[in-house]
Design a protein around this ligand. Structure first.
Ligand SMILES: NC(=O)c1ccc[n+]([C@@H]2O[C@H](COP(=O)([O-])OP(=O)(O)OC[C@H]3O[C@@H](n4cnc5c(N)ncnc54)[C@H](OP(=O)(O)O)[C@@H]3O)[C@@H](O)[C@H]2O)c1
Length: 213
């Protein structure tokens, strides 16, 4: 299948590209600077694209079965996820691509109580760190989810807990906001979950919280 990866140079995005290639898919890797992909493969097509402006999105996602947005705001830059999601929804609508998933975060929207139930680390993070240091970033993700809910096709909002660079553990807990889950999850496991959406439409139009045991 043909899949587009937005933010293909990021921590999660790189894993998605690798996993999608290993699974035999045709991968369209979208990056502000495709040279940063550092990857050459016969089924990998790099595309220069800026999510802030929407430049290059339309041609890159042409005839993709699914667009996976691993977009995140780099340190020192203005929030980009809501604006990028807006451009992605527009491009998908124009291109007739009917499936999109975006990375949000545990603690966004109706997952806040769930985030506070993850233990002491989660409570401190979401009650203290987020309001003090990450207010803008979380407001951006709230807005991105709002944009996703307003799309004319079903978008999956993926809400991972604390990301780590540990190797994949494989035992991902993917639940709605009412159930409990572990706080942390390796980026590699988030990537595997994203790719599983190619064949699993259960979460279409919904938000899913992710942790790993
Ligand atoms: N850290 C956590 O514990 C945590 C927990 C829950 C959710 N999250 C969310 O998950 C997101 C993804 O995590 P990550 O570790 O994979 O992030 P990351 O390594 O910072 O990757 C961000 C990606 O977005 C791309 N990007 C940024 N601005 C762009 C633009 N204007 N146009 C196109 N691409 C752009 C970056 O491209 P460049 O390489 O060109 O900069 C990069 O590929 C985070 O940013 C956050 O919103 C994080």
């Amino acid at each position: 299948m043909r899949v587009a990866v937005v933010g293909a140079t990021g921590g999660i995005g790189r894993h998605v590209v690798d996993l999608a290639l290993a699974a035999g898919h045709d991968v369209r890797a979208l990056a502000r600077d495709p040279k940063k992909l550092h990857r050459v493969h016969e089924r990998l097509a790099p595309f220069a694209s800026d999510a802030r402006t929407g430049a290059g999105l339309l041609e890159a996602i042409d005839r993709c079965a699914l667009v996976l947005s691993c977009l995140g705001t780099r340190r020192g830059e203005a929030p980009v996820v809501a604006e990028g999601t807006r451009h992605l929804v527009e491009a998908c609508t124009a291109a007739g691509v009917g499936r999109l998933a975006i990375i949000s975060s545990l603690g966004v929207g109706d997952s806040r109580p769930q985030a506070l139930r993850t233990g002491v680390g989660g409570t401190v993070f979401f009650r203290v760190v987020v309001p003090l240091f990450l207010r803008r970033a979380f407001a951006d993700l709230e807005e991105a989810e709002r944009v996703a809910r307003g799309a004319p096709f079903p978008v999956v909002c993926v809400r991972p807990g604390g990301l780590t660079d540990e190797p994949a553990v494989g035992s991902v807990v993917a639940v709605g906001p009412e159930l409990d889950l572990p706080l942390r999850i390796p980026r590699a496991d988030v990537a595997a979950f994203l790719l599983s959406l190619l064949h699993d439409t259960r979460w279409d139009g919904k938000a899913v919280s992710l942790g790993a045991r």
